[in-house]
Design a protein around this ligand. Structure first.
Ligand code: PRP
Ligand code: ZN
Length: 289
């Protein structure tokens, strides 16, 4: 383990595991099949992946066992560890929610006063209840919180909801949202800026940024009549000024631009109405701004 490699902790098995690995692979890191292994090294980057329980990751990073980690923001806040959130990663989006039995008739959050709420996130929940001036009893459970109401040990739960399947399976329904979360990259506060590891970390962060930028952008190519160019340029929400190339037909131009992915469907009609044809929308693998 003392090989000078950057040590990155990720969730051993759960919602974030597969997507964390995918993010690293999108960054060009060659990572072997990892099933049932505790540590895996990348073949082409000085990085060791540590597979840990997500709840333990903030503390391991704080203590320097791992240099960085990928974990839900909900866990970072709950654990109050001395770590920096380096970057939000745009996946693993979910909500920490209070959920009640399907047949419960509660309407307002004030009605939670005097009831018992089971959770693995006592700090975040207590903070929420305090801000909302709700006087409820918080029952801390480390796992399988969703069965607490049917066991009769709580009236409701406060837990992570992503697809909502877990709630449905346990005959619970959403009541109110407490905290919005997503996967984040966290780092130790003690990494020496002059160190080899720091240089590795900077390199990895650059790759992650480039891969995240690429995911939210697309490369648009189209043919445009010369006289429409000005109008087309007005429509394009381009990140940088578009590339304009001549075509064999001298009355036409080829226009290339990087655009935010979600804008294409909004602007395609305007582009066509302005005379654009042969529109091609291409995914981008990496993008350094
Ligand atoms: C949460 C939560 C549920 C599940 C909800 O666990 O405890 O088990 O996700 O997801 P769903 O709405 O898609 O069914 P999480 O992955 O945060 O980690 P944990 O197992 O460590 O609690
Ligand atoms: Zn967990």
């Amino acid at each position: 383990m003392l090989n000078g490699n950057l040590k990155l902790a990720i969730q051993k098995s759960g919602r974030l595991t597969e997507k964390s690995i995918q993010l690293l692979r999108n960054c060009g890191l060659d990572i072997d099949n990892y099933s049932n292994r505790l540590i895996v090294s990348s073949r082409n980057f000085n990085l060791d992946l540590l597979f840990l329980r997500d709840d333990d990751i903030p503390e391991y990073v704080q203590d320097g066992v791992a240099d960085i980690g990928i974990v839900g923001e909900n866990v970072v806040i709950e654990k109050e560890a001395e770590v920096d959130i380096i970057q939000k990663l745009g996946f693993g989006k979910c909500k920490l929610m209070i959920a009640i039995p399907e047949d419960a008739t509660m309407m307002n959050t004030e009605e939670l006063s005097g009831t018992r709420i089971a959770t693995s996130y006592p700090k975040i929940l207590k903070n929420y209840l305090k801000n909302q001036k709700i006087d409820a009893k918080v029952i801390t459970i480390s796992g399988s919180v969703e069965i607490a109401p049917s066991l009769g040990i709580a009236d409701s739960i406060c837990d992570i909801v992503s697809t909502g399947n877990t709630l449905k399976l346990n005959k619970l329904k959403k009541f109110t949202s407490v905290f919005d979360s997503e996967a984040v990259l966290i780092g130790t506060k003690i990494l020496d800026p002059g160190s080899e590891k720091y240089i590795l970390l900077k390199n990895l962060i650059l790759r992650i940024e480039s891969s995240l930028n690429a995911r939210t952008s697309k490369y648009l190519m189209m043919n445009v009549p010369k006289q429409s160019l000005e109008r087309i340029e007005e429509i394009l929400p381009s990140l940088k000024s578009p590339t304009i190339l001549p075509l064999a037909d001298e009355s036409m131009l080829s226009v290339h631009a990087v655009i935010p992915s979600d804008t294409f469907w909004d602007i395609q009609n305007d582009l066509i109405n302005a005379g654009a044809s042969g529109l091609l929308l291409i995914p981008i693998e990496n993008m350094l701004l």
